[in-house]
Design a protein around this ligand. Structure first.
Ligand code: ATP
Ligand code: MG
Length: 594
């Protein structure tokens, strides 16, 4: 379908995660899962998880991962866990935990009672670390951060062994215990795996398992003075939860040998029946990597999103311009639209950037089916129907959703003074402009044919009011004599319309790749100065006045909009979710199918 802008050959990976073109059109991960079920690899069991680090709000990339992990569990009758990978107390906060729970739930993923925290496993991990020391597979190292880096070597040069590498088991056990108790300052010592300082994969050159950090943990308080590194911790989190398919993004492909090494090292000397010297084997899940989502005009890294929030480039994590799940929700995205998008983009093993037009296309597909239609006027122009009785109000039937007859009809009030959209009138219309102009007749949707008879201007020559005559015989929008008009306009009764603020959004960044900046500049240099336009003097149909925040509508002829949480009974506020124009549908039409 041409989603992948810079497609690279997909290649195969050495450890058996090669992309396979699926039997029943399954993606390569679902194919692995289906094969494993068939061969009984995990006893037919499927267990996946979504393991966010609570150091920021979730973004649409995370939504892809949630849809993938939850989708697989659901489709194959498995279980899905939500697990906080809260191993780094420096950047983690309860606020993020709460926001993540709300976002995952809103997306529709169901973790049942399986909400877990990696920090709850710290005790078990500590015991396994002690076991590795006893097995001669780990040691306490006194090199500082810079030295560790220096000793590691490079891609072309082997590393050097730490002078502390051959400490005795007893000495290591003593030092590690004292690290835990908090006897040493931050950064003064680490626990490292004893693997191979000349290993071609740098991740295996005696990686750090624990570092000293005197920091209060959002959940553990001050119980711990050492914290496990991601690579050491993650496999055990998966193991303890009985995860079968540990799905992560491609950057971790080079870490998979380490994921496996740690689990294998613990399983060394263990047997299935528990008769080995170290007892019973622990569960060893399979790590599988897929390409993370990138979107045009969007930054996705939490560090960058945090910067946008902290430095007030946006109004918060849930600013409707943000690619966060909370921002998209506030913008008016539905969970179904995001799930539909995840389905369309699928999963694969090579990096690509998805056109944001595709996301908006998926959004429109959903909103078109589900959004009630109402009328709103963003830039009002007053119209007086001179032959309509003063003080009269008629309730006219309007269709709520032409895509969904069960949505029924509602009534919209019509009266002598109306608002139409400024851009629907031109005093001197060019050839292809069919909307209102002096002397011209158009249809007012659900109402009457009207003909413009007079134009009122202010001192500066701007049109401020139109006068029209209506044809009472055209009630409901058609002429009994069969005469045709070339345009149908939306409108509101000036007396009954409700004033509203409408916020229009554009891409947060101007260039398609916001990360591409000249030397010495930051990605924020690419922010779009026109990403938000506030229209304070709009009008909406009275029927929407009491709508709850996040209620979605199609404003006829204008686009999809939703009620912003800032909205109150006194001051209605709407966000434009997306325009009606579908550039993705156009791109598709203009491309040969293949
Ligand atoms: P970021 O790189 O944006 O800061 P992260 O990977 O550090 O995100 P985590 O909280 O560790 O964020 O991510 C939780 C899960 O979401 C991980 O399994 C990760 O692989 C997945 N994930 C993160 N970003 C994306 C993305 N852009 N596309 C798909 N999955 C993603
Ligand atoms: Mg991460």
């Amino acid at each position: 379908m041409g989603l992948d802008k810079d497609k690279e050959p997909s290649g195969t990976s050495p450890n058996g995660n090669e992309e396979r073109s699926g039997e029943r059109g399954l993606d390569f991960i679902r194919q692995i899962v289906a094969d494993d079920i068939r061969t009984g690899k995990w006893g037919g069991r499927v267990a996946t998880r979504f393991p966010p680090e609570p150091n920021g709000y979730l973004h649409i990339g995370h939504a892809k991962s949630i849809c993938l992990n939850y989708g697989i569990a659901e489709e194959f009758g498995g279980q899905f866990n939500l697990r906080f990978d809260d191993t780094n107390p420096e950047k983690e906060e309860q606020e993020y935990v709460n926001a993540i729970i709300a976002d995952v739930r809103w997306l529709g993923a169901d973790w049942g009672d399986r909400l877990f925290y990696a920090s709850d496993y710290f005790g078990r991990m500590y015991e396994w670390a002690v076991e590795l020391i006893r097995k001669g597979r780990a040691y306490v190292c006194d090199l500082n951060g810079d030295q560790v880096r220096e000793y590691r070597g490079t891609l072309t040069q082997p590393g050097r062994e730490s002078p502390y590498r051959n400490r005795t088991s007893a000495e290591n056990l003593d030092l590690f215990e004292r690290m835990r108790r908090g006897e040493f300052p931050d950064g003064s010592r680490t626990l490292r795996a004893k693997i191979d300082m000349a290993h071609p994969n740098l991740n295996l050159r005696d990686p750090i398992m624990y570092r000293i950090l005197h920091e209060t943990h959002h959940r553990q308080g001050d119980r711990w003075n050492i914290y496990p590194m991601y690579d050491w911790a993650h496999g055990f989190e998966d193991s303890l939860e009985g995860i079968t398919h540990s799905i992560c993004t491609l950057e971790f492909e080079n870490h998979r040998p380490l994921y496996d090494w740690f689990l294998d090292a613990v399983n060394e000397g263990r047997t299935d029946d528990g008769s080995g010297p170290w007892g019973k084997k622990i569960h060893h899940p399979q790590q599988i990597e897929f390409a993370r989502l990138s979107l045009t005009y969007t930054v996705m890294s939490k560090r960058k999103l945090l910067k946008l929030v902290k430095e007030n480039f946006v109004r918060g994590w849930d600013d409707p311009r943000m690619p966060t799940i909370s921002g998209l929700r506030r913008r008016g995205y539905s969970p179904a639209a995001l799930r539909g998008f995840a389905k369309v983009i699928g999963v694969n093993k090579f990096h690509s950037t998805v056109d944001i037009a595709l996301l908006e296309h998926c959004l429109r597909e959903d909103l078109n089916q589900t959004s009630p239609r109402v009328m709103a006027v963003l830039r009002p122009l007053k119209v007086v129907i001179d032959n309509y009785p003063e003080g009269q109000v008629e309730e006219l039937d309007a269709i709520n959703n032409p895509e969904d007859p069960s949505a029924g009809t509602r009534q919209v009030p019509f009266s002598r003074e109306l608002y139409i959209e400024q851009e629907d009138f031109l005093e001197n219309p060019p050839k292809k402009f069919f909307r209102l102009a002096p002397g011209r007749e158009v249809r007012l949707r659900y109402a009457y044919f009207v003909t413009c008879t007079d134009v009122v201007k202010d001192a500066g020559g701007h049109v401020i009011e139109l006068h029209c005559l209506y044809d009472p015989a055209t009630r409901g929008g058609d002429a009994p004599d069969g005469r045709k008009v070339k345009a149908t306009l939306h409108w509101l009764s000036a007396a009954r319309a409700r004033r509203a603020e409408v916020r229009l959004y554009d891409n947060l960044f101007t260039p398609p790749d916001p990360e591409a900046v000249p030397e010495g500049q930051e990605f924020t240099a690419n922010l779009n100065p026109n990403s938000l336009a506030v229209l304070p003097d709009c009008y909406v149909e009275p029927s929407v006045a009491g709508a709850r925040p996040l209620t979605r509508y199609q404003f006829e002829r204008l686009g999809y909009f939703c009620v912003d949480p800032d909205s109150t009974a006194e001051r209605l506020v709407f966000n434009r979710t997306v325009t009606l124009k579908d550039t993705w549908a156009k791109i598709q039409q203009s491309q040969p199918q293949g």
